[in-house]
Design a protein around this ligand. Sequence first.
Ligand code: BGC
Length: 748
Amino acid sequence: MTQQIEMTSDEDVRARVEELLAQLTPAEKAGQLTQYFYMDFMRDQAKDGAPTQPELVEAAMARGGVGSLLFLTDPAEINRLQKATIEGNRHGIPALVGFDVIHGFRTILPVPIALAASWDPALIEQGQAVAAREARAVGIHWAFAPMVDIARDPRWGRIIEGAGEDPYLGGHVAAAQVRGFQGARLGTPDRVIAGPKHFAGYGAALGGRDYDESNISDAELWNIYFPPFKAAIDAGAGNIMSAYMDLNGVPAAGNQWLLNDVLRDGLGFDGFVVSDAQAVHDLATHHFAADLSDAAARALNAGNDMEMTFVDPAFDHLVAAVEDGRVTTERLDTAVRRVLEAKVRLGLFENPYVDEAEAQQVLADPAHREVAKIAAQRSAVLLRNDGDVLPLSTDRLDSVAVIGPLADSPRDTLGPWIFNHDLSETVTLLDGIRARVGELAEVRFAPGVRPSFRTFASMFDMWPGNTPEDPEDFDDDAELAKAAELAASSDVAVLVAGEWQNMIGESASRSSLELPGRQLELIQAVVATGTPTVLLVMNGRPLDLRWPAENVPAILDVWYPGSQGGHAVAALLFGDDSPAGKLPFTWPRTVGQVPMIYNSTRSHQPDRQDRRYWDEESTPLFPFGYGLSYGSFSYGAPTLSADHIAVGDTLTVSVTVTNDGSQPAEEVVQLYLHQRYGTSSRPVRELKGFRRVAIDAGSSATVEFTLGPDELRYWSAVTRDWVQDATTYDLGVGGDSTVELGTTFTVR
Ligand code: BGC
């Protein structure tokens, strides 16, 4: 069976939707707006004869009460439940099947923050197209992704799901992901609906504590938090998920201003909005709505079209709310129209089922693994390489010590938010190094520290294999000593340290950024042997690397690199490819500096940064946009097409970049801009252009950027609107956010 459908005209789609809508009762309409989790593993959790969660969903299905399902991955099961949904309603309307396809489905890509570190939109688009193809093959129609929440506080665990701190980079990464998931338009074969989330401001959770309130000024909302959503919407995103928390004192899911005025009128979104899981119920939990019925009416009126829930949908109360006038039929119909339109556009009425055998072939496609490998290679960020320790050469090595339990943990190599992976085909860092080195050198492994010492329960523990096993009889002191001995007797030590994957993600915030457990001690013991040491960091947030940054000569951030991570990292270690990723966030020295961003505004005594803290530097450990490579780049002075332009005009900036090194390498060329004066004060610098370019050894490339109203305007709290000032700008182009802004132009 093929998912290929004839593209119908917008007019035909609308006519079909209206025809269906006219036949639905209010209860059937409410059913279309209800999305149920289907938690298969709860099948065996019956209590006192009460129906289980899956039984409740199937009962709702049988009475036409299900518009959408989530958390299903098995094609046979999806076909079965799709059939039950279609047969359960008088009009044969299929369910939209949604899932958290965050960084791959079977083929696991590096985690989203890592993809952002590639600064490579084309690669990111290609990666999410692979994820979409696999998901669609099993019967999933919709990804709850990309997460485009700006995150400026690494204590917040969900920083790993986004593109970091910057709205410009975040916007480009968001748009690339939407194009990858959805293709050119809704209904593109082998693609799924993209659902950017969580609208809006979730990343600013107070203290980094997941789900806590966000208090964000309007200027920050428009200039920092909304732009990635705008970019995702402009790229065609068919869905948006509203957020859990209170934004400025109003729950995001009950916030009319946010979901109507901003999202629809301000950002031009015309798809459907889904609530986050149980977030409509939460309107009562927040002590905002009086009860579930009030919550349902206010959630719908605020702008949510669909409710995501486990059991007991609040939206069951919509029928009564329409009857007593709290919700208009018009508003109910608008929501249903949007949902039906998505189903029609996806071709679900013609092709509700998938071919299970074909699905297995798609999941096994070797081309997908190749994309994952390239993505992992391109995401890694070289943080330090003193004395050119890297790349390693097998000509000069007889023995390699690989140290740290994360080096040999398939589950951790993949990162959080995956449910359909295959551990047996996951290439760990140890596997990858062994495969690369082959017979050329001896590779020996020691964990050094125990793989499990975690003291909190992750919300993902209910999925088997998500929590590392604590080995019995693990003698911590003896293992640490053994690892140091191994390092001492090897030509090079490759140490892997970081966070276990379940220490980061949803419901996994931290109050510290230290390396968990005894990992720092392990690093210190290995370095003390005098053996040249390379530190590979597995993480999704910046960690406290103050000691390693001064004492370990080579540090490569490999993130959670995904299915092919080991092969990718080995290729970088041994110089088959050069790292070229750049940090998508400012890397603080210590948690006490958080939040720390590169694009803050100037203030009293800007040159006395030493007056910011007396007990710590006020600079980061590594700046935003930073990353080294095996090449060595020099930048010519930027040349401008004009020294002055009029408000509304554009100018071009070109710069020549030369690779002075002896290896071909890639560089992410970044343009930063500062506005000297204007209606509001503006950040010390802002990213306004970037391009990842490959340059041969000894060669140059000329990179061009355009600056116009889109780059120069901003939202001002003075005018409470977008402004572009007549003013002077300082500009610089370089390899990270510390580049000198030595070129000037004016706007008149
Ligand atoms: C998360 C969402 C996710 C949803 C469904 C929620 O807890 O906040 O990001 O899409 O669960 O799994």
